[in-house]
Ligand binder design. Structure first.
Ligand SMILES: C[S@@+](CC[C@H](N)C(=O)[O-])C[C@H]1O[C@@H](n2cnc3c(N)ncnc32)[C@H](O)[C@@H]1O
Length: 248
């Protein structure tokens, strides 16, 4: 999950033009948004680790208010600009080229803090700890995180993630991290495995099949194929969980 620096350009090239850079799903997210507790009429919103903006665009469409979209990858923010313009949402999207772990925004400056498939790059607990002060009372943080669904994962999955993401936790472990970071849980939803295929791995597989040889480092393609095969075999043992949080 956490790419060595020399892989980053290949990973970005691999994902170029895809609807998203990590597991997630528009219909799933819309349903989650409809279930949120009442928020201010004009909520202040940010999508942290937005990539090319799957979440930011959906948030802008849903709330019809400005959305700050933060990422360190300028090329993905450029893609977001193009997608926002194509969907008539450019006036609502503010791309921010910045480290989401070191935002100098004032305390309590967000009513909706959204982050899909990105907290892992800081570590789930570290990300939550750094973001806590940004969330206003009465606001919500929606943060997705890869999570074990079992205390006893199959050896193949355990070994793969022990290297790729050693702090991968169970739901119980992550709830303790949530509390230590100063949040309380409002809701917790597992992203159905089918969404991984329709919205992420499916398009990613097609892209890999169409890539001209030499475009992306073969080692990155092999690692990606391994990750996809692992999920195909063991999606009952792990997946993404959307943690819906409020300030404790
Ligand atoms: C797996 S992608 C998910 C992108 C998008 N949220 C989605 O679901 O399609 C993770 C994103 O987090 C960004 N990222 C990683 N570390 C970051 C940091 N410290 N600050 C800002 N963005 C970061 C990466 O550049 C990448 O675009």
């Amino acid at each position: 999950m956490e790419p060595p620096a020399h892989h980053l350009a290949d990973l970005i090239e691999l994902h170029r033009g895809l609807p998203r850079e990590g597991p997630g799903d528009a219909a799933f997210a819309r349903e989650l948004l409809r279930s949120l507790p009442p928020l201010p009429a004009q909520p202040r919103i940010a999508d942290l680790g937005c990539g090319s903006g799957a979440g930011a665009l959906l948030l802008a469409e849903h709330f019809r208010v400005p959305v700050r979209a933060v990422d360190t990858a300028a090329v993905l923010l450029d893609e977001l600009r193009e997608r926002a313009a194509a969907r008539g949402l450019a006036h609502l999207i503010t791309p921010v080229l910045a480290d989401m772990g070191a935002l100098d925004w004032p305390p309590a400056s967000l009513d909706v803090l959204w982050s899909e498939g990105a907290a892992y790059s800081l570590g789930f607990e570290q990300a939550l700890t750094r973001w806590r002060a940004l969330l206003a009372d009465g606001g919500v943080a929606v943060v997705s995180e890869m999570t074990w669904f079992t205390e006893t994962p199959p050896a193949a999955a355990r070994d793969f993630w022990a290297t790729a993401y050693p702090t991968l936790g169970t739901e119980a472990q992550n709830l303790r991290r949530v509390q230590r970071a100063g949040f309380k849980l409002i809701d917790m939803r597992r992203l159905p495995a089918a969404c991984w295929w329709t919205s992420y791995y499916g398009p990613l597989r097609e892209r890999i099949a169409q890539l001209a040889p030499g475009t992306v480092d073969p080692a990155v393609l092999r690692e990606t194929a391994e990750e996809i095969a692992l999920f195909e075999a063991h999606s009952d043992a792990y997946g993404y969980v959307f943690y819906v949080l409020a300030a404790a």
